[in-house]
Design a protein around this ligand. Structure first.
Ligand code: FEO
Length: 178
């Protein structure tokens, strides 16, 4: 049976992962209508991954005798100053998610729910990659210089390739599930 405090902290995390998916959907839509096709593809895939993160928590709670109650989500921002600003927001959001996952790990440890702690460890590791990816993209956009949006074309192509790799890895992970 899942510990009640852990269940409640995980329900909060379900909301955060669900909001992450919605936020990235808004960002991908902005990229698509502003001509950043590669970035749009990359971020649309990120929405799928956030939904997968959310579902992992839902299944963990329900499989351990709890009830994953689903909250309403707030409306994400839908206007961004630039493509640079989009990835700035991605990094800021991922840093927020890391903080939230760390707090969730604290609750698991305090409540001595080691099964949940083992489960949450996957997210601790995932957040290293999530932040590093966002930071890496941001660093490259910074190198483009003053008129970042105008010189983004090649970087957008690179993101398209990264998106294809991300989609393939996601499909492989989904197929590997029992
Ligand atoms: Fe589910 Fe990008 O954190």
């Amino acid at each position: 049976m899942i510990n009640k405090k852990v269940e409640s902290a995980m329900i909060k995390q379900i909301e955060i992962e669900g909001f992450s998916s919605q936020l990235y959907l808004a960002m991908a839509s902005w990229c698509e209508v502003n001509g950043f096709a590669g970035a749009a593809k990359f971020i649309y895939q990120q929405t799928e991954e956030e939904r997968m993160h959310m579902l992992k928590f839902v299944h963990h709670i329900n499989e351990r005798g709890g009830h994953a109650v689903i909250s309403a989500l707030k409306k994400p921002d839908h206007e961004f100053k630039s493509i640079y600003n989009v990835f700035e927001q991605v990094l800021k959001h991922e840093q927020f998610v890391t903080d939230s996952i760390n707090k969730l790990m604290d609750v698991c440890a305090t409540e001595k729910d080691y099964t949940s702690a083992g489960f949450v460890q996957w997210f601790v590791t995932e957040q290293i990659e999530e932040e590093a990816t966002a930071q890496g993209i941001l660093d490259k956009i910074k190198l483009l210089g003053k008129d970042k949006d105008a010189s983004f074309f090649l970087m957008d192509k690179e993101l398209e390739v990264m998106a294809a790799a991300k989609i393939a890895a996601f499909a492989a992970a989904a197929n590997a599930k029992p």
